[in-house]
Design a protein around this ligand. Structure first.
Ligand SMILES: *Cc1c(COP(=O)(O)O)cnc(C)c1O
Length: 354
């Protein structure tokens, strides 16, 4: 692997001392520096780390008109010794490239992604909060840079990474509504790509659900609205009569969550029965009516595990009991947190030490 040189321009006005680490709001504070790379004439280059700040783009920038934009989301944690650990960074580098292919964008060599991440986090390591529950959210993303209004894949692109400290927050249980009118993803669409446009399309139905008093949606398949898919920013899992059920990811409509993958790996390690299959809305309703739904939770980078306490299905609200301390979802959250903060062995080599 070739050596990558990344010139660094350090900020002269660090925001570190002005940032109140005791009251962080997700996505509001950003760290001092950002990584930038440009794609021109078929190659990535001009790697640099510079102070976080505005950038110039032309009004004709293709992203603004046709939406070639993809992103990733991951987190870094600080252990007791003050070392910075990143959860499954290689998996994010790979997934960025899967999204890139679907959106007709160039792939980024994984070693560039990882080296950029290492150097950026080394420089801004003081921005990684210490303490259980807090972390540094990392946002890698890529977008088109052509200044051209014709509809075609852009010839030029920019890849960037910036980071944002997030405080310890209690992962509040969520209420969800099974969505049967709007569609997040359909077969042959872009659902499995982490594409900006998927989010744009989901905002309106999510807003309607919030007005009705629900935190999030449970999306169903676009064709029949009869099968549960995922929850928009999280994959979703159910435990019914002892079996963990989650949607399979090979059909192109489900985002291949890295948290989902880690939870399934731990389920396997613990010999927890798992079925990767679609759960029918009718089956969910039946399980809720009969009381055989034991656990329901979202899995994703933001909350790791988000316990679901209320589900609306076919106009009816169902309340779920608080998971017991020995519930699978509780145990898996504890295990993942212990791995992420370096408190226990990392049997699957998930953590990258910076
Ligand atoms: C990012 C994302 C997830 C969760 O993926 P993680 O890698 O676990 O954070 C789930 N669904 C959608 C639609 C997403 O964009």
């Amino acid at each position: 692997m070739s050596n990558i040189s990344i010139p660094i321009t350090k900020t002269t006005q660090s925001k570190l001392s002005d940032t109140d680490f005791s009251s962080l709001v997700f996505g509001k504070s950003v760290s001092d520096h950002m990584f930038v790379a440009d794609y021109q004439e078929g190659a990535w280059g001009d790697f640099r780390i510079v102070p976080y700040g505005p950038m110039e783009i032309y009004p004709g920038n293709a992203t603004l008109h046709y939406g070639q934009a993809i992103f990733e989301g991951m987190k870094a944690y600080k252990n007791e010794k003050g070392e910075v650990l990143v959860f499954r960074a290689e998996a994010n580098a790979k997934r960025l490239n899967e999204s890139a292919k679907r959106m007709c964008m160039p792939t980024l060599p994984e070693n560039v992604f990882l080296e950029a991440l290492k150097q950026l986090l080394s420089l801004d390591r003081d921005w990684v909060p210490q303490g259980k529950g807090s972390s540094l959210y990392i946002r890698p993303f890529m977008f088109a840079m052509d200044n051209y209004l014709g509809v075609k894949p852009s010839d030029t692109y920019r890849f960037m990474i910036f980071t944002s400290p997030v405080g310890a927050y209690y992962s509040k249980p969520v209420s969800v509504k099974v969505e049967t009118t709007y569609t997040r993803a359909c077969e042959g669409g872009t659902g499995e790509a982490k594409a900006a446009g998927n989010y744009a399309a989901s905002l309106f139905p999510a807003l309607l659900a919030q007005k009705e008093g629900y935190d999030q949606l449970l999306w169903t398949d676009g064709k029949t609205h009869s099968q549960i898919e995922e929850s928009g920013t999280m994959n979703v899992m159910f435990k019914i009569k002892g079996t963990l059920i989650t949607a399979p990811t090979h059909g192109g409509t489900i985002l291949k969550g890295i948290t989902r993958d880690a939870v399934l790996q731990l389920a396997k390690d613990w010999e927890q029965p798992v079925e990767e299959r679609f759960l029918a809305v009718s089956e969910l309703e039946d399980a809720l009516t009969k009381g055989s739904l034991e656990e329901a939770f979202g899995v994703g980078t933001a909350a790791t595990i988000a316990f679901i306490t209320k589900i609306k299905v076919n106009g009816q609200d169902y309340l779920l009991p608080e998971p017991k301390p020995d519930a699978f979802s509780k145990r898996v959250l504890l295990e993942l947190d212990s791995i992420k903060y370096g408190e226990i062995q990392d049997p699957h080599q998930w953590m990258l030490t910076i």
